[in-house]
Design a protein around this ligand. Sequence first.
Ligand code: NDP
Length: 482
Amino acid sequence: MPVEQNFIAGEWQSGASEIENRNPSDTSDIIGLFAQANSTQLDAAVAGARPAQQAWAATGIEKRYDVLMAIGTELMGRSAELGELLSREEGKPRAEGVGEVYRAGQFFTYYAAECLRQIGDRVTSTRPGIEVLVDREPVGVVAVISPWNFPTATAAWKIAPALAFGNAVVWKPANLTPASAVELTKIITKQDIPAGLFNLVMGSGGSIGQALVESPGIDAISFTGSVPVGKGIAASAIGNLTKLQMEMGSKNALAVMEDGDIDLAVTLALGGAFGGSGQKCTASSRLVVHADVHDEFTDKLVAGAKAMKVGHALEEGTQIGPVVSEGQLQANLDNVALGTSEGATLLCGGERLARPTEGYYMSPAVFADTTNAMQINREELFAPVTSVIKVGDYDEALAVVNDTNFGLTSGIVTRDLARATHFRRNARTGCVMVNLPTAGTDYHVPFGGRGDSSYGPREQGGYAAEFYTTVKTAYIAAGTPK
Ligand code: NDP
């Protein structure tokens, strides 16, 4: 089996070692072998990125538009093929894999258009005879560190704005999903771009990832992943005063009110809690339910969870694929045991499942009789596990929703406009959903959270300019005409 290589300073290069990538739906299926970059290669990638970035920044915006549009168009056109590969290595059902690749393409075409909208400000000076111009310039060389749960989309929503705003990229993808990373790299690097502008360095987070964030040649770091790793990256970044943007998990709550459409609430909860096997930073892991509808909602939720088909990601009809790895499955089973030991009632699921192929299958779990103080309701589980928390009224529901260290998304199911409006204004999260799932966002508007969920400027939409550019204020005195 050939070893897929890293892309460094304009060339495909083999690494110091390699890893094997296996299908979580069928561990006998080896997807490929992937080179692991060493520190010399990382240094070469960072060094080569600097001149390439300067050349790219000097390139006209129409050229940048063409490059991003071509990347996006190819991703969308090949979403069936690349989505299947993504599902094969990550484990999400095929439709979700295909949808993710298509969405990744949309990030590139959106930011292609953004290349043409690089508009500054002209400001009247407080001093007569002076003009003030405020322009955005590229931040420089950007390190992109992405997770396995959305291997192509997360990378795309970082790489596309980085390139659109004139930056170079050194990308370290998650080692659990290298095949999707190599395919995206092939699409990007076959474009007519300066050698060194885009680099792929595969390797473990603890080795090559850590070396990347400590590199003095990096101007900005965009990271998505866990809180502990994020805190470590922040400590490294501050040593070099490197600009930083991080998105790290959450403990999202969906509030179900007694005046809401309960069948809709059940549908939203099932999709939000178990889509992508619950491995989403926007997953609905806390269901905060009014006592008047608690029993009806919970009964329907459990019936729905039991009816969901868990199976091979590429099998027709699969609604929940395997979780990503043996380690993640074991952690999930441990968290189910933790919930029971904390006094929660496990209404269904939470067990390892056998399927015709050997994989990391787990039945979707619903806990009832939980309190918001329980550890299963405090920490991100990243699993097909959700908890029902019973509340007496709307005020209590809002208080529970907000009682968390995180703050990425929240949702409410209600028919009451006043409540929906109050919730929208008072939920302490970066995104608020009314009669919609906590997971699922658009690509042209900002995405991010509060508390431990996010750090630094927002991602996505026009707001991404805050991170991927630096502002220059120019003062110009016309002087006296000759
Ligand atoms: P991590 O935070 O460990 O990994 C995210 C990315 O960071 C990966 O590319 C990883 O590389 C890399 N990384 C790890 N350590 C370092 C380091 N010291 N310096 C630089 N980069 C590093 O998350 P996991 O993927 O292991 O998932 C663990 C938990 O994190 C999940 O259970 C979930 O709670 C949360 N998470 C949240 C996500 C979100 O969308 N907010 C996404 C993914 C995870 P590698 O994987 O190759 O080691």
